[in-house]
Design a protein. Structure first.
Length: 466
């Protein structure tokens, strides 16, 4: 029986373990914190649970516009922050235990501790009991994830100067929160805590929030934030932070200072590749410390694979899980489809949400890909009007000759659900005509996605003369 050893129990690790066992491998998984890893225990599951809680207050705030009288409005609702965080952590633990139960039921051995390579075919597990266990391996998968990056002049104390993993230990409501970093993590927490009644100052080093996302989507989200009263400090870079009693002072590189009761630093993450025995085993790492892999998750060493954020490919739980599954398909001789980043859908869980897949506006603007595109506002959508939503849009990209859909952007409530249809179109190379001929419910937000496809229709003679 093929011996598979996996270091790291996040989505990349536990999904790989399930596939490895399904394909007949003898699988051992080493995890330090708990099944699901950071994605379940401190990142995706907790943050999205917090966001789900904040969305309730967003809907209540919107009630007056819908003709519903809420006495006192949102201000009459108090947030029991300790109770919110207690529920978040309990849900995360329950999810972790469910994953562990599933793995054990499938016959996968779970070791609580840390692992490191001892050559190319052996792993040493350092168990939480203090013991060491030597594991012979035919296949090794590294799925060790990342750790929040910390600025030297802003050391996290876990009380008032925080990273995103430490937020759930707070018992008090962060009345004034300075959020440093306007990438996905920063804007998600800024959106959630602002909805929960915090005064939020969002520090962005760029002209616009979400610098790595579609520029039209980022502009729409920034307008929504500002309209709701969030303070966005653009083109500013944080240099450090210090405690002054029960206050935090964040210093900007231009000398300005922002104060709040708490500060959240969301300034990226560093890969967990230290003390893994990579150099000794000959596994290549990049200058940033990530483990480069090919599209079937192979490192430069035969039999050693890597998956998830530690690879630096695409920091999404869904991508980590797919990389882990692909690694096992390839290693154990099953049919495998290499990872295609153009088919990866992603979502920013703000209010409104921002969902994307495939070709980007930047690629279209630079001429990297020749595409036709259309963008239509959600303001004219009947269902959108019913919900008093006006900030969003649908954007589709297609190949100009064939009409095959190659990308899309949706800014709307529950955009994470709407993007699946576009993702399916991209993965199956569906044309705008095929897409628009499928029925949609009226009224619905999805109707605008179909409308965007209809607007990209061209007659046969258009193609002949273009």
């Amino acid at each position: 029986m093929t011996k598979v050893v996996i270091i790291g129990g996040g989505p990349g690790g536990y999904e790989a373990a399930l596939v490895g066992r399904q394909l007949g491998g003898e699988v051992t998984l080493i995890e330090r914190e708990g099944m699901g890893g950071a994605a379940v225990l401190t990142d995706c599951v907790p943050s999205k649970t917090l966001i789900a809680t904040s969305e309730v207050l967003v809907r209540i705030e919107n009630a007056r516009q819908l003709g519903l009288r809420v006495e006192g409005g949102v201000d009459s609702i108090s947030v029991d922050h300790a109770a919110v965080n207690k529920r978040i952590l309990a849900l995360a633990r329950a999810q972790s235990e469910d994953i562990a139960d599933r793995l054990r039921a499938e016959g996968i051995t779970i070791l609580r501790g840390s692992g490191r390579l001892d050559g190319r075919r052996r792993v040493i597990a350092e168990l939480e009991t203090g013991e060491e266990q030597v594991l012979e391996a035919d296949i090794i998968l590294l799925a060790t994830g990342t750790t929040p990056r910390e600025l030297p002049e802003a050391p996290n104390d876990g009380e008032r100067i925080l990273n995103w993993k430490q937020l759930y230990d707070l018992d008090e409501h962060p009345g004034e929160l300075v959020v440093v970093g306007s990438g996905v993590t920063g804007v998600e927490f800024a959106s959630a805590y602002h909805a929960l009644g915090c005064e939020v100052k969002l520090v962005s080093s760029r002209k616009q929030v979400l610098p790595g996302q579609d520029s039209d989507a980022a502009a729409a989200l920034e307008r929504a934030f500002k309209r709701r009263g969030m303070d966005i400090v653009g083109e500013s870079r944080a240099q450090g932070a210090r405690r002054e009693g029960d206050r935090v002072v964040v210093t900007l590189s231009d000398g300005r200072e922002l104060t709040g009761t708490h500060a959240l630093f969301a300034v990226g993450a560093t890969p967990n590749t230290q003390n893994l025995g990579l150099e000794e085993a000959g596994v290549t790492t990049t200058e940033s410390g990530h483990i480069p892999v090919d599209r079937v998750s192979r490192t430069n060493i035969p039999g050693v694979y890597a998956a998830g954020d530690v690879t630096g490919v695409f920091p999404l739980a869904s991508v980590a899980a797919m990389q882990g599954r692909i690694a096992m398909y390839h290693a154990l001789g099953d049919a495998v489809t290499p990872l295609d980043i153009q088919q990866v859908s992603s979502n920013v869980f703000t209010s409104p949400e921002v969902a994307t897949v495939g070709i980007t506006q930047e690629e279209a603007d630079t001429g990297a890909v020749n595409v036709a595109s259309v963008m239509i506002s959600m303001a004219s959508n009947a269902r959108s009007k019913m919900q008093n939503f006006e900030d969003g849009f649908v954007k589709l990209f297609c190949l100009p000759t064939t009409g095959i859909i190659v990308g899309g952007v949706i800014v709307a409530p529950r955009a994470s659900e709407l993007i699946h249809a576009v993702t399916l179109a991209v993965s199956q190379r569906i044309t705008v005509d095929q897409f628009s001929q499928a029925f949609t419910v009226y009224p619905s937000m999805s109707g605008s996605v179909a409308e965007a496809a209809r607007r990209l229709h061209r007659r046969d003679d258009d193609y002949l003369t273009s």
